[in-house]
Design a protein around this ligand. Structure first.
Ligand code: GLA
Length: 425
């Protein structure tokens, strides 16, 4: 390798912000992936309550997570009155025992604290938890939610009359809810969830690729069955990795919610896997909805979700989803191009037993926009410093290796062009 002549500035500033929408949905929300909290992985069905949701909201404020951008507080399944709709009006109603103040009042509570109010429904006759679904009442339910001050609707896929995979019914029924939301005039983020009723490792990429899906249908669309343990989260990220073309301003692939690693959580990953999940979700420009118990969040999880350098990757204004740059056995390198020309990379070791060097080699460099020989400064986004497990500089095109612990651990780095410096590889 030899030092060489200065390169033009243009090599370092290679892109412009994306200002066009990915698809046809134009509701003014979802300009960036939403950040927040969802009750499902934490409270499930049985544990959902008004007191619990208020406490979760208070924790978002107290921990500083709200001010980092986590604004959505989303009720998932089981908020409904199990006895059904209001007989006289046919409108959905909340469970009066779990939500004694009513959902409109809960919405006020959230809005007064600078938070946003999310809710859950289902395109079938029942939700996955057996509560009333929206089939045949899409417009009415959208109107009820708008009256309650809802800012985000997740619509699930259970108990449809023709099964979970009848694609015509999927797009017609979710489409009716989308139209109902548009009709309310209230800007409401719309998230469709194909996960319900699917096999554990289902691939739902048709939500992203069908012309009736993606950004024409919703602000985000699930691409897999639920991410509840590491192997199902891996299924979700592998599927989302190939769907970048469908994502952009106003519409995002959704590999499901964040799990965390807090002791006592109903569902959790190992601490290292939970950081890998946030890192890879940021590469994938995914919605970031925390499912860990906010009132008893471990210090480790709070540090994870507060990592502004990683959140900045997720919220990057280029709005170009990243992908898997290379995979050699269980050694994965993820990458995403950022506004201004930097790249964020995640070096992941999915082997079971040994620490490995995970390498960005020719395949990996070939998918990035740096001209061969460009000198790059490297920053570790979890250490908030130059890396200690790899070199603090890289040369585009030359192998760059990072030592990574096994079982889903990773190292996340940001490569920035050193203006004017190139070397011959
Ligand atoms: C499905 C969804 C989950 C959650 C539950 C609620 O499994 O995929 O995200 O909403 O239903 O019952």
């Amino acid at each position: 390798m030899h030092a060489a002549a200065a390169a033009p500035f243009a090599m370092c500033i290679g892109n412009a912000f994306l200002t066009q929408r990915a698809g046809g949905l134009d509701n003014g929300v979802g300009l960036l992936p939403p950040l927040g909290y969802n009750t499902w992985n934490d409270m499930g069905c049985a544990g959902l309550s008004e007191a619990g949701v208020r406490a979760a909201a208070d924790s978002l404020v107290a921990t500083g997570l709200r001010d980092l951008g986590y604004r959505y507080v989303n009720l998932d399944d089981c908020w409904h009155d199990p006895s059904g709709r209001v007989p006289a009006t046919g409108r959905l109603q909340e469970d009066p025992f779990r939500f004694p103040s009513g959902l409109a009042e809960l919405g006020n509570y959230l809005h007064e604290r600078g938070l946003k109010f999310g809710i859950y429904t289902d395109r079938g006759s029942l939700t996955c938890g057996g509560r009333p679904g929206s089939l045949g009442n899409e417009e009415l339910d959208a109107d009820t939610f708008a009256r309650w001050g809802v800012d985000y609707v997740k619509e699930d896929n259970c108990f449809s009359s023709t099964g979970p995979n009848d694609q015509d019914a999927v797009f017609q029924q979710f489409g009716r809810f989308r139209d109902g939301l548009n009709k309310t005039g209230r800007p409401i983020y719309f998230s469709v969830c194909g996960g319900g009723g699917q096999l554990p490792l289902a691939n739902l990429s048709y939500y992203a690729t069908d012309p009736r899906g993606g950004g024409a249908l919703a602000n985000s669309w699930r691409v897999s069955s639920d991410c509840t343990v590491w192997v199902t989260c891996q299924n979700a990220y592998r599927i989302a990795a190939d769907l970048g073309n469908a994502a952009g301003l106003g519409g995002f692939n959704d590999p499901d919610m964040l799990l965390g690693s807090s002791p006592g959580a109903a569902r959790r990953l190992s601490p290292a896997q939970s950081r890998t999940q946030l890192s890879v979700w940021a590469i994938l420009m995914a919605p970031l909805l925390i499912g860990a118990p906010l009132q008893s969040l471990s210090g480790y999880d709070l540090e994870t979700y507060s990592n502004k350098e990683v959140l900045d990757v997720d919220q990057d204004l280029l709005r170009r989803q990243g992908s898997l740059l290379s995979k050699v056995g269980s050694r994965l390198v993820w990458g995403r191009e950022l506004a201004g020309g930097d790249w964020a990379l995640v070096f992941e070791n999915d082997g079971w037993f040994r620490t490995h060097n995970v390498t960005c080699g020719s395949t990996c460099w070939g998918k990035m926009s740096f001209p061969t020989g460009t000198m790059l400064r490297v920053r570790d986004l979890w250490a908030h410093a130059a890396p200690t497990v790899a070199r603090h500089w890289a040369v585009a095109g030359a192998d760059y290796s990072v030592s990574v612990a096994p079982q889903g651990a990773s190292v996340m780095l940001r490569f920035s062009c050193v203006v004017g410096a190139t070397v011959v590889v």
